[in-house]
Design a protein. Sequence first.
Length: 491
Amino acid sequence: MSDQDHNGQLYIETVGCQMNMLDSELVVAALRKDGYELTDSPKQADTVLFNTCSVREHAEHKIYSALGRLKYAKRNKPQKVIGVMGCMAQKDQDLIFSRAPHVDLVVGTGQLAEIPRLIRETRDSDSRMQQKAVSLGRRDGSVLEITGSFQSYDPLRDPEMRPTPFQAFVRIMIGCDKFCTYCVVPSTRGPEQSRPPSQIAQEIRVLADQGVKEITLLGQTVNSYQHTENGRLYRLADLLELIHETEGIERIRFVTSYPKDMTDDLLQAVRDLPKVLRYLHVPLQHGCNEVLKKMKRGYTVEDYREMMQRIKATIPDCSVSSDFIVGFCGETEEAHQLTMDAVREFRFKNSFIFKYSERTGTKAEQRFPDDIEDSIKRRRNNEMLNLQNSISEEDNAEFIGQQVSVLVEGPSKSAVKQAARDTEPVAGKSLAAQLMGRSECDRIVVFNGNPRLAGTTAQIQVDDCTGTTLIGSILTHEVQHGSCDVLPILS
Ligand code: SAM
Ligand code: SF4
């Protein structure tokens, strides 16, 4: 690359969901093609991007604080380009310029392809210019116009940008049309649009050629996927069958599922396609029918129970995880206890538990007061976390003495921290580190082994557990292309 091609240093900070992680990966890959290099210093960077989340207020506060910290850096280096992209950009738009006037770019979720051009124009302009690229609001045009203003951003992938070389996210749909009353996603990510199956299959083939073994299909309500191509209607079960054929891909998971769209054909596909993991993330959100109705989730606890019974009957070894919101408008102590009862009954593998955060522009904000005190929300959140944790620990204990098949991801979080503390390598020190991976039912498993095992499949004997982790030792591991061998002791 010539000096001319060198566009300086890029810093990017990503908050929020897996969809945001994928968006950042793709934007960084496009900018690297334009000659940018990544840095971890926002102060020194020539371009700073924040990929943002609006689901809860806390996530937005974090970004406004980070922007505030850059005010003087921009004053000292006016040519620094600062951009806000993603959900908050689509939601707040000009408000971002008024709260942080040193921001140059505001780019919504449906306009990410524009980022390289917008940065170039900002940099090349003689006078300071602020640029905004956002999609239409959900009432600002015809369905066609609104849908067209949210572009799915899935350019060719740069293998170096993935968190690990053998795992990748693949977006199969964008947007959401469920309009749960508390949620900003239908306006920040626009109408639900499924990508053509042939395009998805092609993307997965390229990823497999690049060495990817595990793919995670992404969608806000991923099991609502449907697309008609060449006269044939593809739903998620059909798509799974299609991509299951891809040579090199060993594991497929999909998140997040919507309870009402958990059809029998999908459950049968999970049961019958060996590469599809025995894991479903299907948020219940609340255990009280009155609250579910106020949330406009479209199902009752009884409907959810019926779905869980079908899951257990079709895929007995399937694990299920959930999301919950505590302290939603008017939530009584009785209603909260019903949610606790639901956690006891359904024994989720794990649950993501959130305190309700009122979001401007949502139906809940317009219709119901956010009347549960924060101290009560916090207490209910802790009660839920403690209950879920004790259930997870009991269920994890059932695995002690069993073998699980794990795709080794690399050093565990604690091994990474330890490595950061050990600045000097000690001569003769064991090469074995604590590694982590996930089982076929998505449980986190840690064990000692050689870091070179990353990307291979290992059989782990489970010896112990916590509420979040199975702790084990390696029995066998894949030597090459799926064959298994007894592992020599790694030291
Ligand atoms: N589409 C997914 C679904 O419906 O299950 C979830 C998408 S949302 C980004 C992730 C989770 O955030 C939701 O499942 C919900 O529990 C939580 N969430 C959404 N809006 C929220 C709000 N206003 N306050 C607190 N939590 C919220
Ligand atoms: Fe939000 Fe509901 Fe859509 Fe999930 S299904 S993204 S919670 S509106």
